[in-house]
Design a protein around this ligand. Structure first.
Ligand SMILES: [Fe+2]
Length: 252
């Protein structure tokens, strides 16, 4: 979808090619190649180590709709805003409370804790009272809100990075989650508990990638806006790398 709101220095096809080339650079970035993912996908962790992951990723998950609401509120371009609205609606379970992504994540965490014999451990109210999230987690959340409140091109670049790293993030989180499959009484019960991951790997993140690309196309109109887009993209990647690296260090 491209709107008629913008005039361009180059064709939409040229723009799409350039943005896709930028988007895939995240696959080689430390945002997706870091000590946390290495650890998470290599072996089962102790419950206390899992708790550190759940405390920090859960904090980010809960705040993500606030982050998306910021970019929605601050983006004047109607076509881009439409794409962000779809992503936010999906994050909020398409209007169904029990499908809200943070609710699905909590359900998985509690089910996993139950297999460890301590369901209460990863109930959010207990976990968030037990210890605080890391400074890098709040830096990611607040940094995203700050970037998403800037000009449309910078925000769209940041959202492009967010959504293109997200699919690989979810597949890596799922690969790690599978290490615990044998703890459930049956495999079916593991899969039922893992809906958070299936929601992302199945549809949500594939659609979010396209939505972020469509939004970025709205702003990639000249050299100046492209430079801001790249800057937003890189800033987002840096914050994710610091977030995961800090969690990896805290767990080791
Ligand atoms: Fe999500």
């Amino acid at each position: 979808m491209q709107s008629i709101e913008v005039s361009r220095a180059w064709s939409v096809d040229e723009s799409r090619k350039c943005l896709e080339e930028l988007a895939v650079t995240v696959y080689k970035h430390a945002a997706l190649n870091n000590s946390f993912y290495e650890l998470w996908t290599s072996r089962r962790l102790e419950l206390q180590q899992v708790a550190v992951f759940v405390r920090n990723y859960g904090e980010f998950n809960r705040a993500f709709p606030e982050v998306l609401a910021t970019v929605l509120a601050c983006t004047k371009n109607i076509a881009a805003r439409t794409e962000y609205a779809k992503t936010l609606y999906s994050e909020m379970g398409n209007g169904q409370y029990d499908k809200v992504h943070s609710v699905l994540f909590d359900a998985w965490a509690q089910s996993l804790a139950e297999q460890f014999g301590d369901r209460q451990k990863l109930v959010w109210a207990n976990l968030s009272a037990e210890f605080d999230a890391l400074p890098q987690t709040y830096a990611l959340i607040e940094g995203q809100k700050r970037i998403y409140a800037m000009d449309g091109a910078t925000a769209a670049g940041a959202q492009l990075a967010q959504e293109w790293q997200a699919y690989t993030m979810e597949t890596q989180l799922y690969e790690g989650a599978r290490k615990y499959m044998g703890m459930w009484p049956t495999k079916d019960e593991f899969h039922e508990a893992a809906e958070f991951f299936y929601a992302h790997i199945g549809a949500a993140e594939k659609e979010h990638k396209l939505e972020s690309l469509h939004a970025a196309l709205e702003f990639d109109v000249d050299e100046a806006s492209r430079a801001r887009l790249v800057q937003g993209f890189n800033e987002q990647c840096r914050m994710f790398a610091e977030f995961w690296t800090a969690i990896g260090k805290a767990i080791h």
